[in-house]
Design a protein around this ligand. Structure first.
Ligand SMILES: [Zn+2]
Length: 418
């Protein structure tokens, strides 16, 4: 059996750097308050392997745990910074943005390396930690007149469920980001919201309002931002929030071949309807307005989602509702595509029992969609391929956000205010 002096190895991505935190326990056990630090002469070795072609949404937990340290590069040998008592930190600033790595830590005593731990190098200007999301909300609220910042409760791990509102909340367009943690959210929702505020159009704000909850699943979004390598969809309690709403919740669904009644499933609906604090907060947020249309951003990491409107499945035979959604989608798409990407309107009705769009439809009878990216875009567009590799850049994110903003404004001008 191998032994290790290294314990408790944790890995985090932060603004393009990788932080490795670990304990070195001395051979002779000491009183907890009397750790001597790194024993004299002992050096720490950090081993690293890149995992090329790792796709966050194709592989599942455990995939990277079979990586072997044989053949790994020794990227550091020395005496790292001591954080406290017997805790040490090594910062790897040679990691490449978007790449996935596995690490091991050992010492010059040549014991068995501890690891692997795995991490994705994340660009935190694109994929935001919760601290950044709340900071941006506060910045926007203090910068523009009449912006209301509200909290609608706490997530499973105690993060604030924040929203921003501007304009007439009796006639509100709603954007919700990141119901699925690894999908579009914070960046797009807040960029669109800020563009709306910047219009500085008193008459418009008297007539219509925009309300956004940029991060509806903040705990797991935060984990994604810190370099979690796999696709995170559910909340921290293991519930798919987009199956937890109180409309047809009791109907078991098997979309993607996954069973919503199975707690181990990626689409688990939860033990009871609205069991999750995040679902409660989303409902409280929407009920604090009179919604006219609700857009829930899905699809890709950061903010890469397109003008594909995925409405409630149960509404597909409701002619009046379908007509209203079609009008909305036509205007939005016209604004979104700016004459590019000619072709069909991507509007369909298929969201499942317990989904947010279905609850909106049943409760308010207004257009409500999961916003997705159409098939051609997913397979061919460089933006989609880059987003999947976590290599989206600010220009790309802003391009998408401007399209959504123009889509929403076109809908407001051509449909909502007529
Ligand atoms: Zn989704």
């Amino acid at each position: 059996m191998g032994f290790s002096l290294v314990h408790g190895l944790e890995v985090t991505s932060s603004y393009g750097k990788i932080l490795l935190d670990f304990a070195i326990c001395p051979i002779v056990r000491r009183e907890p308050m009397n750790y001597p630090g790194l024993p004299d002469g002992l050096e720490v070795e950090i081993l690293r392997k890149e995992v090329p072609g790792f796709h966050y949404n194709k592989y599942r937990d455990g995939y990277l745990l079979t990586e072997d340290f044989q053949g790994a590069d020794v990227i550091y040998k020395g005496r790292p910074e001591r954080k406290s008592e017997n805790l040490f930190r090594y910062t790897d600033d040679s990691a490449v943005m978007g790449s996935v790595y596995v690490y091991w830590v050992t010492t010059s005593l040549n014991e068995r390396p501890l690891g692997p731990v795995h991490v994705r190098v994340v660009d935190n200007d694109i994929i935001w930690a919760h601290e950044k999301t709340t900071g941006e909300c506060r910045r926007i609220a203090s910068l523009y007149d009449g912006v209301i910042l509200e909290s609608h409760g706490l997530s499973v791990r105690g993060n604030e469920m924040i929203s921003l509102k501007k304009g007439n909340m009796e006639n509100a367009v709603i954007i919700i980001g990141g119901v699925h943690a690894a999908e579009a959210g914070q960046f797009t929702a807040l960029d669109v919201f800020e563009r709306f505020c910047a219009l500085n159009d008193g008459l418009l704000f008297e007539n219509v309002g925009l309300a956004v909850m940029p991060s509806a699943n903040p705990d797991e979004a935060d984990r994604m931002a810190k370099g979690h390598t796999y696709y995170l969809r559910k909340n921290a309690a293991g519930v798919d929030l987009n199956r937890n709403f109180p409309s047809d919740w009791e109907v078991v669904d098997e979309m993607y071949g996954l069973n919503t009644a199975d707690p181990t499933s990626l689409t688990y609906r939860g033990p009871v309807p609205v069991s999750e604090p995040e679902s409660k907060a989303i409902i409280k947020f929407i009920e604090s307005t009179v919604p006219r249309a609700v857009f829930s951003l899905h699809c890709y990491p950061g903010g890469i989602t397109f003008d594909q409107f995925f409405g409630p499945g149960a509404a597909k035979d409701d002619a009046a509702y379908v007509k209203e959604c079609t009008e909305l989608a036509h205007s939005y798409t016209e604004g979104f595509r700016k004459g590019e990407y000619p072709g069909q309107l991507f509007l369909s009705f298929g969201t499942t029992p317990g989904s947010l769009p279905l609850w909106i439809y049943r409760t308010f009878n207004v257009p409500s969609f999961d916003m997705e990216a159409w098939e051609w875009f997913v397979r061919n567009h460089p933006m989609a391929l880059q987003a999947c590799e976590f290599k989206a850049d600010i220009e790309m994110m802003q391009d998408i956000a401007v399209r959504h903003f123009d889509g929403i404004m076109k809908y407001i001008e051509e449909v909502l205010l007529i």
